[in-house]
Design a protein around this ligand. Structure first.
Ligand code: HSE
Length: 438
């Protein structure tokens, strides 16, 4: 049986999972691929740590450049992460004519245009399924299954850490910090967890998805990003009373000349399937002109689910090596010459429903002042709720709106914040009603 040699760069959480699958499921993979995938070298700065894997003598090395330059290696798997050395090694592997697999969403979101152009020019494949949604095959679905589809919108839960934290707060009343520590202990979180909780990791993933779904150059900088760090138990509780769950969503809508792309916490109705996606699970609904609505669902973070997606990519590329068919599937789903610069719509221009929570004095006229400002800006109120009574101090006043324009909402809240009857900054959480989602 033919042997295909793999060079793995980085043996941290996911890299270790990849090595484990390649070694322990060697025969199974060979039976499916038709070649023996041999882990020739694993490069890491720490080759002493016990990874509970039995590597053959000489497999573990410290010099990643030597692995990339090894003429016997067919496929390079970059699991280092970050945008520094990982980029240099990927470009070097491409230049050496190797097939490359990466899960590095931060690098693809920041420098993807350079990497994909280099791979395309050299005629090598660059696979990146594990960069979005863990084991959920969303990139394969868009690139290979939905070729005849005009994708209209995508809404996803794409960060396991945030979904774990929000689920723990919602169902178990566990506070934010404790839930984050648990997510870190389970290997879901990034080395810098602020990338997770501030929504940046989700935006990296959305950047990749909108590029392959709509045929646009990778553009991370214009995506609106808001994380979950300001979500309080009180807002989770109010959401629950109104029939909503709070999720960190990646939302995109294809508006023809521009694309709506935003990441923020949102309330979604209990009836929306995404509201029941909990823990480290990820899910995405994709709406297209022929398929209608479809949904993918799976573990979005953690060693083995992510490693499984990487091994799927390695197997795809190994099949390409076997058949000598490089570049069969366009890297970004569209032929390179058809990828356009499509602007991302400014968040001020979006329309959605809103939840506002004000801390306001409990006295006559307060509500009319707040609702007056909202009315002046054309914001129509759907319902108003006040909890408790206080002669001194403030009470929470919650207002739900009909569809409103973000710009009007921002101006209204800025004005309300200046009222002496309002203490604290008003809380704004967008509500995503049914829309085109399942
Ligand atoms: N930190 C990421 C998450 C890992 O929590 O989803 C998977 O990309």
């Amino acid at each position: 049986m033919k042997q295909i040699n793999i060079g793995l760069l980085g043996c941290g959480t996911v890299g270790t999972g990849v090595a484990k699958i390649l070694i322990e499921n060697k025969e199974l993979i060979a039976a499916r691929v038709g070649a023996l995938l041999s882990l020739k070298h694993v490069a890491d700065i720490d080759i002493k740590r016990d990874r509970k894997i039995k590597f053959d003598e000489g497999v573990l090395v410290t010099d990643a450049r030597k692995v990339v330059d090894d003429p016997q290696i067919d496929i390079i798997v970059e699991m280092i992460g970050g945008v520094g050395i990982a980029k240099e090694l990927i470009l070097r592997a491409i230049d050496n004519g190797k097939q490359v697999v990466t899960a590095n969403k931060a690098l693809l979101a920041a420098q993807g245009n350079i990497l994909f152009k280099a791979a395309c020019a050299k005629g090598v494949d660059l696979a990146f399924e594990a960069s979005v949604g863990g084991c959920m095959p969303v990139i394969k679905s868009i690139r290979e299954s939905l070729v005849g589809e005009r994708i209209k919108s995508m809404t996803g839960i794409l960060n396991g850490t945030c979904n774990y934290i929000l689920s723990k707060s919602t169902y178990d009343g566990i506070d934010f910090e404790a839930a984050l520590s648990e997510a870190q202990a389970k290997g879901f979180a990034e080395a810098d967890p602020s990338l997770d909780v501030e929504g940046i990791d989700t935006a990296h993933k959305l950047t990749i998805l909108i590029s392959i779904a709509y045929g646009m150059e990778i553009n991370f900088n214009d995506i609106y990003i808001e994380g979950i760090s300001k979500i309080t138990p009180m807002d989770i509780d109010f959401a629950n009373q109104f029939g909503y769950r709070i999720k960190l969503l990646a939302i995109s809508k294809n508006r023809g000349k521009e694309v709506e792309a935003r990441v923020h916490p949102a309330m979604i109705p209990f009836g929306n399937q995404l509201s029941n996606v909990n823990g480290s699970l990820n899910a995405i609904t994709i709406s297209g002109d022929a398929v209608g609505n479809m949904m993918l669902y799976g573990l979005g973070a953690g060693m083995m689910p992510t490693a499984s997606a990487v091994v799927g990519d390695i197997s795809d590329l190994a099949r390409n090596v076997l058949s000598g068919s490089r570049g069969r599937i366009p890297l970004l789903s569209y032929q390179m010459e058809n990828i356009r610069k499509i602007p991302i719509m400014p968040v001020d221009d979006i329309f959605t429903n809103y939840y506002f929570r004000f801390s306001a004095a409990d006295r006559p006229g307060v509500l009319s002042k707040i609702s007056g400002i909202l009315g002046d800006r054309g914001i129509s109120i759907k319902s108003v709720h006040q909890k408790g009574r206080k002669s001194i101090g403030s009470v929470p006043i919650v207002i739900l709106t009909h569809l409103a324009k973000e710009q009007d909402v921002r101006m209204a809240l800025a004005e309300i914040e200046t009222l002496d009857i309002v203490s604290d900054r008003p809380v704004l959480i967008r509500i995503e009603e049914t829309n085109s989602h399942i």
